[in-house]
Design a protein around this ligand. Structure first.
Ligand code: PLP
Length: 454
């Protein structure tokens, strides 16, 4: 057995054992950063160590400091899990080590990206001729789409940003809902566009389309971008796309949708109504590492006009090999990058059309079970309309809710984070893992009842 095989076998054994432990594990990490640092050792060795020995040290030192993110009882943030075919494909991505940017150099990668991209457009109900770029996550997908938006609205105003930059050019007006995700602000900051102008939202976080319409009436001719949202991280709510897109079109604006986890509602016949009108936008950002459950890092930047994306992200290099129809590199910010589309292809191939729909339906059903269970706890109130995968609840005043959250983490059965929503501390449940079972939800609800009772 050579070094490579020995190291991979070690990694395989540890990975399989750790994943098997998830069905009955405590979700929070047990070790502190300092404890893991001590276990790993601070001193850089003078000489080499056998790769298998390094993997053994890494696995045994780190395991106590791991949070069981891919466990079916993790409901923090919005994280997804690791669908098995996608996880295994991700190992192959590292083994194959393709620099996945040029069609001519990795035909296999280009084929997987083409197929995965067209399957995604089909499942998400987006225009079939759109360009799909595979980014690190939804933050960079928002950045990528909004770069195409910025350059296009400025080009229409006579400004070539790629050549002349922003300084001295017309100001771009960006409008976004008051409850947009902060990743939108971050993307706008990277793009030199500053903070968006906020359009009021309703109590569920949905942009008020009449407020958008009056902000855009009468049209003032400024280059304008409107950012909508599919899936509010607290309530799961979706913006009223049809009305908002029509208001934006009246002002000649580019319409972008941040649908990091919510855009996937479109893949389920039962929930597709939430995204009605969304396909009329110009660009859409979503994640594959959330609802689709591929490993990090994988976001998707979808732009209706491929030429607009290529104008923003494309590049030429004398030493590169360019394809006449464009390359993966022309759709994303990075130059060198890993083969992100392989795990996406694998997850889609494993789920199939009905499997993706069933996944979305299951996540939503679990969220409703959580809401119903919490509503039955004395003193607890569910604050949001549970339309998708998100539940926000309080257990009395802020201090009482924080106490329940702290006791729940101590208990270890489930991992649920707190947040502040509309000025109140809330327990925020996000169901996004393919492997979450009815039993996981029942056990987690029991843990919430225990935390609320003590
Ligand atoms: C998670 C999320 C983002 C950011 O996505 P990353 O993949 O973490 O970069 C943006 N918008 C919304 C609505 C999200 O839920």
């Amino acid at each position: 057995m050579d070094d490579r095989e020995a190291a991979l076998q070690k990694a395989h054994r540890h990975a399989v054992r750790w994943l098997a432990s998830l069905s009955d594990c405590e979700v929070p990490a047990r070790a502190t950063v300092d404890e893991v640092v001590r276990a790993l050792g601070l001193d850089l060795p003078d000489g080499p160590t056998a790769p298998a020995e390094v993997v053994e040290l890494l696995a045994t030192a780190c395991e106590p400091g791991l949070t069981a993110f891919p466990c079916g009882r993790f409901y923090g943030f919005v994280v997804g899990g690791t669908e098995p075919a996608a996880l295994a494909a991700d190992w192959l991505v590292s083994a194959w080590d393709q620099n996945s940017v040029m069609r001519a150099v990795s035909p296999a990668y280009a084929a997987a990206e083409d197929i995965a991209g067209s399957w995604l457009l089909d499942l998400l109900g987006l225009p079939g001729t759109s360009a799909v770029g595979f980014t690190t996550g939804a933050t960079m997908a928002n950045f990528t789409c909004l770069a195409a938006a910025r350059d296009t609205v400025l080009r229409q105003a006579g400004r070539d940003v790629a050549r002349d930059g922003l300084t001295g050019g017309p100001a771009v007006r960006v409008l976004a809902g008051a409850d947009r995700h902060m990743a939108v602000d971050l993307a706008l900051r990277y793009l030199g566009l500053g903070l968006p102008e906020l359009v009021p939202a309703d109590d569920q976080g949905r942009m008020r389309s009449e407020a958008l319409r009056s902000a855009l009436t009468p049209p003032d001719g400024r280059p304008t971008i409107v950012v909508l949202q599919a899936g509010d991280i607290h309530s799961g709510a979706f913006d009223p796309f049809a009305e908002a897109v029509s208001a934006a079109r009246g002002a000649g604006a580019w319409v972008h949708v941040d649908g990091a986890f919510g855009l996937w509602a479109a893949a389920s016949p039962e929930y597709a109504h939430l995204t009605a009108g969304c396909a009329a936008a110009d660009s859409w950002a979503t994640d594959a590492h959330k609802t689709l459950n591929v490993p990090y890092d994988c976001g998707l930047a979808v732009v209706r006009d491929p030429a607009a994306l290529r104008a923003a992200m494309g590049l030429r290099g004398d030493y590169l090999i360019h394809h006449e129809h464009g390359d993966p590199v022309d759709k994303v910010p990075e130059l060198s990058r890993r083969g992100r589309a392989f795990p996406v292809w694998a997850a889609l191939r494993a789920f199939g059309r009905s499997g993706v729909a069933a996944l979305v339906d299951r996540l939503c059903r679990h969220a409703r079970t959580f809401a119903a269970g919490i509503a039955g706890i004395e003193g607890a109130t569910v604050l949001n309309d549970v339309v998708f995968t998100q539940v926000c609840a309080v257990f009395g005043d802020d201090a009482a809710t924080d106490r329940v959250l702290a006791r729940l983490l101590d208990d270890g059965t489930a991992w649920i984070s707190g947040s502040t929503w509309h000025g109140r501390r809330v327990m925020r449940i996000s169901v996004s893992n393919w492997s979450t079972t009815d039993e996981d939800v029942a056990r987690s609800l029991d843990a919430i009842r225990r935390a609320a009772a003590s």
